[in-house]
Ligand binder design. Structure first.
Ligand code: PLP
Length: 389
C-alpha cells in the first residue's frame, strides 16, 4: 500500500468492525465489576446489562427476551441446538436425524451432538439455493416413529451471500412434523429477521457479524416450551440453558450492536455491489459471479476469474490495502477449496474472491479495488489475452 493511503476493509462477512455504540456499551460494562448472579447492587447492575442486551436482541428478531440464550458465539449456539435430545415441557423429545444443507457453515455441518451417520447433507442447486424437492423427499422418507427430523439450514450464505427461502423451507419442515434451526448469522441486521413470521423454530446468531464484539452469540427460540438439553451444565445461568458466568461486556456490546442494526439501510449496499460487479466484468468479461441469479445479500459478492488464483489475488489486494477474503476465513487463515462452490457444482480451480462490505464503505474503495484487480489480471494473464479471454 502506498504510504498515507487509507486501507479499505472489505471483509465484513468474516467479521465486522466493532461499532462505536458497542464499544461504549462494553466499556460501561467493564466498569461494573461483578458477577450478574450476585444479589448485591453491583451484581444487579451487571444483571441489568445482560437483560438489557436480551431485550435489544429480542426486539431485533421480534421475539420475547426470555427466548434468548446467550452463548460464546454462533458455533456454540449451533453445537447446543444440534442435538438429538430436547425437552418438551417436562417430557423428553428425541430427534433421530439431522438434515443439514451441503453449503452450510462448518459449525452446522459438524452436526453438533448427532452421530456422524445420523447427519444427512441435502444438496444445493447450481444457483446456491437449497434443493427444496430433495428436502421434501428426504423428510417424506424419514421414519417419524424412530424420532422426529431436525433440520438446520443457513438463511444467508457467508461466501456467496445467497439468501435461502426460509419461510418455504419452514413450511416444508413443519408439514413433515420436523423442527427447523436457522443459522441467521449472516442475515441478521442485513435482511429483516422476524422469528414470529414462520421462519423456523430457532435462530443461531453471532455478535461479531453485526458490529458487536467477537466472542458472543445466541440461540433464540420461537417458544421456550421445547428446548435442547444444555451443552454446558453447571450453575444454572441463562435459565439453565447455558451455564457459566455471563461475559457481560461482550453481551452488552452485542445488545448495543443489535439495537443499531438496520436492514433497510443495509439494503442500500446493492448499488455499491452493482458497481463492484460492473467493474469486475469490464476488467475480465469472463469472470463468474457466483449465485448472481438468485436473491443475495446486498453487501456480498463472490467471484472467480479464470486464470487468476484467488489466493494470490488476495495477497496482492492485501498489499494494496484492500482486505478481502479468498473463500471463507474460518479455518485458521488457511484457504481450502470452497465447499460452498463444490456443493453448487462449480469447478473454479483458481478459487474465488469474496468482497463483503457495509453501508458506510467509502465509494473510493470501489475504485481502488478495480485498479488493483486490473493489475492482478494483467499480471496473471499473458498480454493481449484479456478481452473475451
Ligand atoms: N454461521 C455462519 C453463516 C457464519 O458465517 C459464521 C462465521 O463465519 C458462523 C456461523 C460462526 O460464528 P461464530 O464466529 O460466532 O462462531
Amino acid at each position: 500500500m502506498v504510504t498515507g493511503e487509507r486501507a479499505h476493509y472489505l471483509d465484513y462477512n468474516a467479521s465486522a468492525p466493532l461499532l462505536a455504540d458497542a464499544r461504549d456499551a462494553m466499556l460501561g460494562a467493564l466498569e461494573v465489576d461483578a458477577n450478574p448472579s450476585s444479589v448485591h447492587r453491583a451484581g444487579r447492575a451487571a444483571r441489568g446489562m445482560v437483560n438489557k442486551a436480551r431485550r435489544q436482541l429480542a426486539a431485533l428478531v421480534n421475539t420475547r427476551p426470555d427466548h434468548v440464550v446467550f452463548t460464546s458465539g454462533a458455533t456454540e449456539a449451533a453445537a447446543t441446538l444440534l442435538t438429538p435430545h430436547y425437552t418438551f415441557g417436562r417430557s423428553p423429545l428425541t430427534f433421530s436425524r439431522l438434515y443439514v444443507c451441503a453449503a452450510d457453515h462448518p459449525c452446522v455441518l459438524a452436526g453438533g451432538r448427532f452421530a456422524r451417520n445420523d447427519v444427512i447433507a441435502l444438496p444445493v442447486l447450481a444457483s446456491g439455493l437449497v434443493d427444496l424437492e430433495a428436502l421434501d423427499e428426504a423428510l417424506s422418507g424419514h421414519d417419524n416413529g424412530a424420532g422426529l427430523p431436525l433440520v438446520a439450514i443457513h438463511w444467508a450464505n457467508n461466501e456467496t451471500g445467497v439468501i435461502q427461502p426460509v419461510t418455504e423451507i419452514a413450511a416444508i419442515v413443519k408439514a413433515k412434523g420436523g423442527v427447523l434451526v436457522v443459522d441467521a448469522v449472516q442475515a441478521l441486521g442485513r435482511v429483516p429477521v422476524d422469528l414470529s413470521a414462520n421462519c423456523g423454530d430457532y435462530l443461531i446468531l453471532s455478535s461479531h457479524k453485526i458490529g458487536g464484539p467477537r466472542g458472543a452469540g445466541a440461540l433464540v427460540a420461537q417458544s421456550d416450551l421445547m428446548m435442547p438439553l444444555p451443552l454446558i451444565s453447571g450453575g444454572g445461568q441463562e435459565r439453565g440453558h447455558r451455564a457459566g458466568t455471563e461475559a457481560v461486556a461482550n453481551i452488552a456490546g452485542f445488545g448495543a450492536a443489535a439495537e443499531t442494526a438496520d436492514p433497510a439501510r443495509f439494503a442500500e449496499c446493492v448499488a455499491m455491489r452493482d458497481a463492484f460487479e460492473a467493474g469486475i466484468l469490464e476488467i475480465a468479461p469472463d469472470a463468474v459471479i457466483h449465485g448472481r441469479d438468485v436473491p443475495r445479500l446486498s453487501n456480498t459478492l463472490f467471484f472467480s476469474v479464470p486464470g487468476v488464483k484467488a489466493e494470490t489475488a488476495q495477497i496482492a489486494f492485501d498489499l494494496a490495502g484492500l482486505a478481502v477474503s479468498a473463500g471463507s476465513a474460518c479455518s485458521s487463515g488457511k484457504v481450502g477449496k470452497s465447499h460452498v462452490l463444490t456443493a453448487m457444482g462449480v469447478e473454479a480451480e483458481e478459487g474465488a474472491i469474496r468482497v463483503s462490505f457495509a453501508p458506510d464503505t467509502s465509494a473510493a474503495a470501489v475504485g481502488r479495488f478495480h485498479d488493483e484487480l486490473g493489475k492482478i489480471v494483467a499480471r496473471a494473464r499473458p498480454k493481449n489475452s484479456l478481452a473475451g479471454a
